[in-house]
Design a protein around this ligand. Structure first.
Ligand code: SAM
Ligand code: DTB
Ligand code: SF4
Length: 406
């Protein structure tokens, strides 16, 4: 191509960029998504009124990227956001993320399995279920020294949240172990770390005792949609999960609840789970997004690995519908490259588990994670001890849909 034709091409390109539609719409697009306070409602923004950008309809991700707390999401709305063109979803997940969080701050958390294996439940993904033959063998609960040493090491390595997991259905008949756990919570909270537990189902009294001990959050995942759940777990119901979550919330402990993708569920199931989470009386403080780690011996051992684009869709959709929630890029991260993880952070994830092990499976190497923070310019996120970060405030109630929430 000659120099003259190149020049004429670039002049035409500049003219096209300067045309009213291109400039106006790109500016409007950005403004509407990044300054929610500027318009009384998102529908009044010129961009949304125009309903078209570059001759295309505004994407559902863009239309919903206002960053305001809403508790009345419809499944159809979440489905449309989830199915937005991936570049749109990623961009608007990133925009919403910036409305409430420092986008460079990623919390480092540490997991410790304090009681491994031998679990009576039949969760088809789990290597700790005694229903399946896996490399995980049942062990006794760790003693106080082991747990507190691990917490101190986690703090020294930069973690600001310490999560203890036990392979139990519930705490029935475990009075003395529970008493010890209450002691662990007190000691670890005194180290100035957030403390999280995942011990199975709780009753009101146990939730109250954990609250009193200073527990920051309780993890109890929905795992998947109500419809798909019976294909994955038969030994306890979706409603039982929801009951434990309510007890945790009522005790004044932050709720950490999310799920796993890659179990063979459909997009509708993923949307269904996000719908249940985002229409709770207050959004969970924390939503872990796990990609199945298919463990040999479990019924799901042959599942195809989750693609990063599916993680990006889940994370960005969760970020848009629960804008103030910590979105945790959890199990399965070990299978993603550094650029793939960067996409997850861009989409709105702001927490990872560091340390060489999750509960029973290998995790990313600690040094590789520190290197990744350097490469991406990420900084460790400080601990936060606020309760119910996402509890609907008066202003959120007014601005989200005009109706009062429970
Ligand atoms: N027993 C407790 C319970 O089920 O609530 C706590 C421990 S359980 C291991 C915590 C969560 O880890 C599960 O709800 C599930 O979402 C996740 N998980 C377990 N095994 C997994 C796997 N193989 N791949 C991805 N996530 C997994
Ligand atoms: C969660 O949602 N993911 C973490 C935490 N909550 C407890 C656990 C992942 C476990 C992965 C499988 C394993 O290591 O056993
Ligand atoms: Fe047990 Fe929890 Fe594993 Fe289910 S996920 S089998 S309840 S340890």
């Amino acid at each position: 191509m000659s120099l003259t034709s190149l020049r004429s091409l670039s002049t035409r390109a500049i003219k096209a960029t300067n045309s009213t539609s291109a400039l106006q719409y790109s500016a409007r697009w950005y403004t509407a998504a990044s300054s929610p306070a500027k318009f009384a409602t998102i529908d009044e923004s010129p961009r949304v009124k125009a309903q078209m950008t570059f001759g295309r309809e505004v994407s559902p991700a863009a239309r919903n990227a206002h960053g305001e707390l809403r508790y009345d999401w419809q499944k159809e709305e979440i489905d449309a956001i989830y199915h937005s063109p991936i570049m749109e979803l990623l961009y608007h997940g990133a925009n919403v993320h910036r409305l409430h969080f420092d986008p460079l701050a990623v919390q480092q958390c540490t997991l410790l399995s304090i009681k491994t294996g031998g679990c009576s439940e039949d969760c088809k993904y789990c290597p700790q279920s005694s229903n399946y033959s896996t490399v995980v063998k049942a062990q006794k609960m760790l003693d106080t020294g082991e747990v507190l040493d691990a917490a101190r090491a986690a703090k020294a390595a930069g973690s600001t949240r310490f999560c203890m997991g036990a392979a139990w259905r519930d705490l029935a008949g475990r009075k003395s172990n529970f008493k010890k756990i209450v002691g662990f919570v007190k000691e670890i909270r005194a180290m100035d770390m957030e403390v999280c537990c995942t011990l199975g189902m709780l009753n009101d009294e146990q939730a109250g005792q954990l609250k009193e001990a200073g527990l920051t959050a309780y993890n109890h995942n929905l795992d998947t949609s109500r419809e798909y759940y019976p294909k994955i777990i038969t030994t306890r119901s979706y409603d039982e999960r929801l009951e434990t979550i309510s007890k945790v919330r009522e005790a004044g402990i932050n709720v950490c609840s999310g799920g796993i993708i890659g179990l063979g569920e459909t997009d509708t199931d993923r949307v269904g789970m996000l719908h249940t989470l985002s229409t709770m009386p207050s959004h969970p403080e924390s939503v872990p997004v796990n990609a199945l780690l298919a463990v040999e011996g479990t019924p799901l051992e042959k599942q195809e690995p989750v693609k990063v684009w599916d993680m990006v869709r889940m994370i960005a959709t969760a970020r848009i519908v629960m804008p103030k929630t910590m979105i945790r890029l959890s199990a399965g991260r070990v299978r993603f490259t550094e650029p793939e993880q960067a996409l997850c952070f861009m989409a709105g994830a702001n927490s990872i588990f560091t340390g060489d092990k999750l509960l029973t499976t290998p995790n990313n190497k600690f040094n590789a994670d520190q290197q990744m923070f350097d490469t991406l310019g990420l900084v460790p996120k400080a601990a936060s001890f606020k309760v119910d970060l996402t509890e609907p405030s008066e202003s959120a109630e007014k601005s989200c849909c005009g109706s009062k929430h429970a």
